[in-house]
Design a protein around this ligand. Structure first.
Ligand code: SAM
Length: 273
């Protein structure tokens, strides 16, 4: 039996699902403790503490956090350049920035621009304000729109691994809000789970994706949700057709690169009319 079928089956047998959740939770807590002890030995480290890194990166080691941040910053910069926009004197927002994994590295690649970062995670934003305050201005936003940004504020909003986690209603509310705060002609650069991310999907999820173009999967909730993020934050899958047809009702989709992020997530560029 493959993993996705086992998980789908376990979800239908609550005691089994709870037992698996408890084992996963205990293992995670012990790995986290080891990482936190190592982190405490050197409090001058320029990296966020292990739990903040885990929330955005799903791993506890420092090297891969830095590598992924650098790689994704290159992807965002390359795709912004590919649109023909001159990358100077712009106002750029990292929406769902966490503790600045990508923002800290993108700002170095695109000097001469003004950066903002926003996230629901007050702890991550607190860390970013304390350590990256010279790089960007940070804000905590509520889980649902609006943000406090004025209409037409940004030339570019990028959002890495946010629409990979929101349900359909939230997705449209946030696309609408990002459209509001973008300047006319401004870009949204974001990512989705598409064709190259379906290995964990159960047959029923693949069937739903084929029929509807969109799947929202609820994995762990409550105490066993080890990332500590709200229960609304789960896992979402999109087809390219869905993104092109449905998202373009809000902003035209200018570019779709299947596997554009590390041959895994798809990369989508939208431009406000
Ligand atoms: C997978 S992490 C990615 C973080 C960052 N973009 C990166 O690539 O390092 C997803 C982030 O989305 C944030 N998030 C979830 N819902 C949000 C919302 N409604 N508004 C803003 N941020 C949100 C989470 O707190 C988390 O920091």
């Amino acid at each position: 039996m493959d993993r996705s079928t086992f998980v789908a089956l376990a979800k239908r047998i609550p005691p089994l699902y709870w037992a698996a959740g408890a084992v996963r939770y205990t293992q995670f807590k012990s790995r986290l403790k080891i990482a936190e002890n190592a982190y405490r030995l050197d409090p001058t480290r320029p990296l966020p503490p292990p739990m903040l890194r885990y929330r955005v990166h799903r791993a506890l080691d420092e090297a891969s956090y830095l590598e992924a941040g650098a790689y994704v910053a290159d992807v965002i910069a390359d795709n912004a350049r590919a649109t023909g926009l001159a990358l100077q004197g712009l106002r750029i927002l990292d929406f769902a920035c966490g503790p600045g994994r990508v923002l800290s590295q993108l700002a170095r690649r695109l000097p001469g621009n003004r950066f903002d970062g926003s996230d629901i995670d007050a702890e991550a934003i607190g860390w970013a304000r304390g350590h990256l305050g010279d790089v960007a201005t940070f804000a905590v936003n509520r889980p649902d729109p609006p943000t406090n940004y004025a209409d037409d504020s940004f030339d570019i909003v990028y959002s890495v691994s946010l629409f990979t986690h929101l349900d359909e209603a939230f997705q449209f509310q946030w696309l609408q809000e990002i459209e509001r705060i973008l300047k006319p002609g401004g870009l949204l650069i974001t990512t989705t789970h598409g064709k190259r991310c379906l290995d964990t999907c159960a047959p029923a999820e693949l069937a739903e994706l084929a029929a509807k173009g969109f799947v929202f999967r609820v994995d762990h909730t409550g105490r066993f949700k080890v990332d500590g993020l709200p229960d609304f934050y789960q896992t979402t899958f999109h087809t390219e057709d869905y993104v092109r047809n449905r998202w373009s009702t809000i902003m035209p989709v200018e570019r779709f690169v299947e596997g554009g992020v590390n041959n895994h997530q798809d990369l989508v560029v939208l431009r406000k009319a």
